[in-house]
Design a protein around this ligand. Structure first.
Ligand code: PLP
Length: 390
């Protein structure tokens, strides 16, 4: 049974948690409370640790207007994946010049829409997409996303579906120039919640080769490296501190690029937002599958389809806090829907107090990112996960 890191103090300042809880006490579950000040602090810390980098917040992590305007006012740029995200940013007063179209999978007419709105930076990883960009967004900056290894050490791997091999990346950057685009740089994503900082070293090494070869062989000077997201949030299984990530990654860039330090873009989602949120749910039912079963099943009013999809394969292990104290017992934790996939934790043994009862609240810590944005619209009639802001 695992009981590490389920204390609120390990994740929030007392004052912050009290602020969240005060609002939570007035609302009906399930919902997420987002503490905007925590996002502001996370943004400022990131800028301190990477003073040379531009931040492009990955909107998909949490697209709430409150989150977007907070980051807009902090000076952030935005990594956008769809016309819908773009519209939302524009509605919230973000200039198109602060947005990049970071999705490599896009329709030609959507590229045109981005271009008409004023977006001039595009990610790509294939010839067909690049040709679409050249037609629909002429003269724009493009960066090519490469494949990276190391998805094994990321809790939520992202790398296989996107990106191309180094050789193809170079061909695409040359083609970009020939099509009248500006070959601007290279991007990668080492996988979300990446535990191995060395994953950036390997990826930056590949980028260096691309920069050098293009310069020598094609007289193309690339300017930018997009280091993606992948920076850690705090969950049960701890990662290194962001300070250490920054220190190491800066050293990797210096070692490979020396005085030619390139323009650097970061695209954080999880690391910026997760710790700002607490998801509050209520215990619907507690049962045993037989009179002698050792394990109890705790069913709660939030599940895989209402915001906790990252518990798939138990990838992300959220710390769970309940107010009752006392002797702990191993439990299976499951959601409220009629789908047997709607079990959050079964193999990783969470311990919850024996006196936990129907109607008690469960506080899922570090749930600001990838919860509300993943929640389904009407599965079994359950409404999407709500959020409130303090
Ligand atoms: C999802 C995504 C990110 C954010 O990744 P995190 O691991 O949440 O920081 C950044 N860039 C791109 C292209 C993404 O798809």
């Amino acid at each position: 049974m695992n009981t590490e890191y389920t204390r609120v103090e390990d994740f929030y300042e007392a004052e912050t948690f009290n602020r969240i809880k005060e609002l939570a006490d007035t609302k009906e579950t399930p919902f997420v409370v987002i503490d905007i000040a925590t996002i502001e602090n996370a943004y400022d810390t990131l800028k301190e640790l990477f003073p040379y980098a531009s931040v492009y917040y990955a909107v998909k992590a949490n697209p709430a207007a409150e989150v977007l305007s907070c980051l807009r006012d902090r000076g952030s740029n935005f990594d956008v994946a769809s016309i819908y995200e773009l519209d939302k940013l524009l509605e919230n007063g973000v200039e198109a010049s602060r947005c990049s179209y970071g999705n490599t999978i896009k329709k030609s007419r959507d590229i045109r829409y981005f271009y008409e709105q004023g977006v001039r930076m595009y990610a790509t990883d294939s010839e067909a997409d690049l040709r679409n960009i050249a037609k629909a967004a002429p003269g724009s900056r493009v960066y090519v996303r490469i494949l990276t290894e190391g998805s094994g050490t990321a809790d939520w791997p992202l790398s296989r579906k996107f990106g191309c091999q180094t050789d193809m990346a170079m061909d695409l950057l040359v083609l970009a120039r020939d099509l009248g685009l500006e070959p601007y740089g290279v991007s990668f994503h080492v996988g979300s919640q990446q535990r191995d900082i060395g994953a950036w070293d390997a990826a930056i090494g590949k980028v260096k080769v691309i920069f050098e070869r293009l310069k020598e062989e094609d007289n193309i000077t690339l300017k930018m490296i997009n280091l993606g997201g992948g920076f850690p949030a705090n969950y049960i299984t701890r990662a290194n501190t962001l300070d250490l990530y920054a220190e190491e990654i800066t050293r990797f860039i210096e070692e490979d690029f020396g005085d030619d330090f390139p323009e650097i873009i970061l695209e954080p989602g999880r690391s910026l937002i997760s710790n700002s949120g607490v998801l509050v749910s209520e215990v619907v039912l507690i049962s045993r599958k037989s009179h002698t079963a050792l394990q109890r099943w705790v069913f709660t009013d939030v599940g895989k389809f209402s915001g906790l999809i990252e518990t798939l394969d138990e990838c992300i292990k959220y710390p769970i806090y309940v107010e009752k104290q006392g002797e702990l017992e191993e439990v299976v934790i499951a959601g409220p829907t009629c789908d047997s996939a709607d079990i959050m934790y079964e193999h990783y043994k969470y311990g919850l107090p024996l006196n936990l009862a129907i109607g008690d609240r469960m506080y899922w810590l570090s749930t600001g990112a990838y919860t509300t944005s993943y929640s389904s619209v009407e599965f079994n009639g359950f409404p999407p996960l709500k959020s409130y802001f303090v």
